[in-house]
Design a protein around this ligand. Structure first.
Ligand SMILES: [Zn+2]
Length: 373
């Protein structure tokens, strides 16, 4: 998983004498049915060799080799996008196997090229999850459907029920107050560590999970500014596996994302109706893509369509009409018109937003786009 802290560290690595290779690659099997990305990498390397700085190329030769080997050996594990950063000078290697489309780019420089990764942090919502009970806490981040655990906080001296015998000298109410006091200290300590984490990662959507009482207490103790960022709570045991935590958080995430999606779909449709730099419907979106006008592409998660693609210029069309309207080239049938459109949008540096099932968008053809002009 990508983290802002890690990217900040990577950004600092660049120096005049170093060589870095940064590769972003569209490996989506739908748009690369024959593994075309392997050829893409080869020709991009060739292009750099023809045009590039010979000394730099020599320096990054081991990196380019390592990248080719990686791609060859990991074909089966690849998702939609791949990012590889390598600098053998610095014994540095990072791989990000991504479930979202990326624009293919190969950059050789004396610093790593991380802008596409930074953009991903901004474009795809990240959620911080605080799982908390009376004496422990765990911190997770959910991003692009994946969950990663970032740390555990344990407060050693919270007296638990199992220690009850040890507190015989205290009356029951005194004992309860004693526990409350320690739980309060623990929760304050947790918040003290959680706060800089979400600030450092610039995460603005939070979930709190755990036993109900701990969740409520934690939420109440949060500073107002952070409380406002809590999008929901859920119940979970403290020792569940990360995937189980994700499963428990999912209903909250789903409700939040659906609401956010329906808000932005409504805005999109409003703008399209007023003809304010927005279109809905597949043919209109494909036309806007052809004109490089798309800023934000929105599509329903289940949307799929057959269509045509120009063999010469790559133009996409929904309708079966003779030759390519743009270049006169021959059109051929394609099965994944919407995936191809999404990839095209990414290549134009547009944002692609997949919205969960949405009736309004479906009635408008399941796709729409905000336009640059
Ligand atoms: Zn064409």
């Amino acid at each position: 998983m990508i983290s802002l802290e890690e990217l900040r560290d990577i950004a600092k690595m660049g120096n005049k004498g170093a060589g870095f290779v940064s590769l972003y690659l569209n490996v989506n099997p739908v748009t690369n049915p024959g593994g075309e990305y392997v050829i893409w990498v080869k020709s991009a390397v060739k292009e750099l060799q023809d045009a590039g700085d010979k000394a730099m190329l020599k320096r990054v030769e081991p990196d380019l080799r390592a990248i080719e080997v990686y791609i060859r050996n990991n074909k089966r594990a690849l998702k939609k996008g791949l990012a590889l950063l390598s600098s053998s000078d610095n014994s540095f290697w990072r791989e990000y196997n991504l479930a979202v489309p990326v624009k293919s780019e190969l950059v050789i420089d004396n610093a790593p090229y991380i802008k596409p990764l930074l953009d991903m942090l901004k474009r795809y919502r990240r959620y911080a999850v605080l799982l908390v009970d009376k004496e422990t806490a765990r911190i997770f981040v959910i991003h692009m459907g994946e969950i990663t655990e970032y740390g555990e906080i344990h407060t050693e001296d919270v007296p638990g029920k199992h220690k009850k015998g040890g507190w015989f000298a205290l009356s029951q109410t005194h004992y309860d107050r004693h526990i409350d006091y320690h739980v309060g200290l623990h929760l304050k300590g947790v918040i003290k560590q959680f706060e800089p984490f979400i600030k450092g990662e610039d995460i603005n959507r939070l979930l709190i999970g755990g036993p109900e009482e701990a969740v409520l207490k934690t939420k109440a103790l949060l500073p107002k500014g952070i409380q406002a960022k809590v999008i929901g709570t859920f119940q979970a045991g403290m020792f569940e596996g990360t995937l189980d935590v994700l499963k428990r958080a999912e209903p909250v995430l789903k409700a939040y994302e659906e609401q956010a999606a329906s808000d932005s779909v409504r805005k999109l449709i409003d703008r399209a109706m007023k003809n304010e730099r927005a279109v809905v419907g597949l043919e209109a979106v494909l036309k806007a893509l052809q004109e490089s006008r798309v800023q934000k592409l929105m599509l329903e998660s289940e949307a799929t369509a057959f269509g045509l693609q120009c063999k010469a210029c790559g133009a996409l069309s929904e309708q079966e009409t003779g030759p390519c309207p743009y270049c006169g080239g021959e059109m051929e049938g394609v099965n994944f018109l919407i995936e191809l459109a999404a990839q095209k949008a990414v290549e134009q540096n547009a944002e692609v937003i997949v919205v969960p099932e949405n009736k309004d968008l479906r009635l408008s053809g399941s796709v729409g786009a905000l336009l640059r002009f």
